[in-house]
Design a protein around this ligand. Structure first.
Ligand code: NAP
Ligand code: HSE
Length: 429
């Protein structure tokens, strides 16, 4: 093969980085056949050179500083799989672009916070930034949006994009374990990020949703405008009550452009148990894309792990090796609009669970708060006594989150609430 090789500088030799090394080494012939040129790693970087790693790195130059790696003469593509949205990952990515390299990144946090500035810098330097691995791991959702569905106006993007949260919620459902029990098990198995709040607080999945929304709606990435709520308040009671009504609880991301502006939510939602999202088990991810011409597309697959994430990184590397050039967010960064965040979300039915003091008029007081906030009750049931306490479940007709919050803000003053109420949106999927 006479074509010049594409030379990778690989920053990060952890879960994803070692997966990339393995694909480059194990599939060298296949990759060269598909791209028409060899794809090789020339230099690598990580924090600890002495660490034992599950791959032969002896043929690669070592750089202690990822910024120095990014600037090397023998690097064409800088692959950033270190993580973190400030510090080394940001400096090295900026240095790579300034040095005229293309960039492939798995780092959703970096792109969610600095995607617009990085895309502007890359595009004015004639470079590309690709980030398939950053959203839903092995699922080729960026490619689906930027290429396969490029002729559609995207109506809505939805998905379960954090495997750890889905693992916790499905184990609560299937094994009857409490949130705290499954959280501890997930942490012991190494499923959670070093800062678990990135997972259970919805932040990791919120980063991913913000990136998809930018591509889908042609707007600058606006992670700060994502309505975020984690899964920490979901109890085993919620899981069981939702199941009784034919629903499952998922940490669901939804992005849609409405007449009120761009709506981006990453919050626990009830979805029908028999829907594809409701059926999703364990650490698997699912992204649902809705286009005006195509209708609904459902993509399902592994959202994390060494093989799936490296698979997505290498898809981007192969595109670059083939000469494919694409703006970072599917259209030139300079043409991305400033999104107007929707002031209120699309109305939906809500599931409200509360524990009341079991005394005359308690339910009536709660019903009055809801009625005065303009929230109409669809179903209501008291599901068993706990001594002097009465657990109550209410399903509302469609209401805005603002009206639900307004009603709930008045619950305390009734003097009948025994514990903080829980409100979960029922999403039409
Ligand atoms: P990881 O296992 O913690 O590996 C991180 C690697 O980066 C390690 O090799 C570490 O070096 C190196 N590193 C960290 N800071 C560095 C610095 N300042 N200078 C040089 N090297 C540095 O992380 P990971 O799971 O592979 O994740 C990497 C990226 O991929 C993150 O952005 C993550 O969000 C994203 N991602 C991960 C997954 C997944 O399944 N793991 C899925 C999708 C996206 P040492 O080994 O010497 O400590
Ligand atoms: N912590 C993430 C998850 C890893 O659980 O999905 C992939 O981004």
């Amino acid at each position: 093969m006479s074509a010049a090789p594409l030379r990778i500088g690989l920053a990060g030799l952890g879960t994803v980085g070692i997966g990339v090394v393995k694909i480059v080494q194990d599939h060298a012939d296949l990759i060269a056949r598909r791209t028409g040129r060899p794809v090789v790693i020339t230099a690598v970087s990580a924090r600890d050179r002495a660490k034992t790693r599950d791959a032969d790195l002896s043929g690669y130059a070592w750089e202690t500083d990822p910024v120095a790696l990014a600037k090397r003469e023998d690097v064409d593509v800088f692959v950033e799989v270190m993580g973190g949205h400030e510090g080394a990952a940001k400096f090295a990515t900026e240095a790579a672009i300034a040095a005229g390299k293309d960039v492939v990144s798995a780092n959703k946090a970096l792109l969610a916070h600095h995607g617009q500035a990085l895309a502007m810098a890359a595009e004015s330097a004639g470079r590309v930034i690709r980030f398939e691995a950053a959203v839903a791991g092995g699922i080729p959702v960026i490619k689906a949006l930027t290429e396969g569905l490029a002729g559609n106006q995207i109506k809505r993007v939805m998905g379960v994009m954090n495997g750890s949260c889905n693992y916790i919620l499905t184990r609560m459902q299937n094994d009857g374990m409490t949130y705290e029990q499954v959280f501890d098990a997930a942490q012991a198995l190494g499923y959670l990020e070093a800062d678990p709040n990135l997972d259970v607080g919805g932040i990791d999945a919120g980063h991913k949703l913000a990136l998809l929304a930018s591509i889908a709606f042609g707007t600058k990435v606006s992670f700060d405008a994502v309505e975020l709520e984690g899964i920490g308040k979901i109890s085993i009671d919620d899981i069981h009550l939702a199941a009784d009504m034919g629903y499952r609880i998922k940490l669901l991301g939804v992005a849609q452009m409405t007449g009120r502006g761009l709506e981006q939510r990453m919050t626990p939602c009830l979805v029908p148990a028999d829907s594809p999202l409701g059926q999703l088990q364990g650490g698997t991810n699912m992204v649902v894309l809705e286009g005006d011409s195509v209708g609904q597309i459902v993509l399902r697959g592994p959202g994390a792990g060494t093989g799936p994430t490296a698979s997505a990184v290498m898809a981007d590397v192969l595109d670059i090796a083939r000469g494919a050039r694409m703006p970072t967010f599917g259209q030139p960064a300079a043409t991305l609009a400033d999104p107007i965040a929707a002031v209120s979300t699309t109305p939906a039915s809500y599931y409200l669970r509360m524990t009341l003091l079991d005394k005359p008029g308690a339910l009536a007081k709660i019903a009055t708060c809801l009625g005065e906030a303009g929230v109409s009750i669809d179903q209501m049931r008291q599901y068993g006594h706990e001594g002097t306490l009465a657990p109550v479940l209410i399903v509302t007709h469609k209401a805005t989150r603002a009206d639900i919050d307004h009603a709930m803000s008045r619950f305390d003053a009734t003097g009948v609430m025994a514990a903080a109420p829980v409100a979960i949106r029922i999403e039409e999927v």
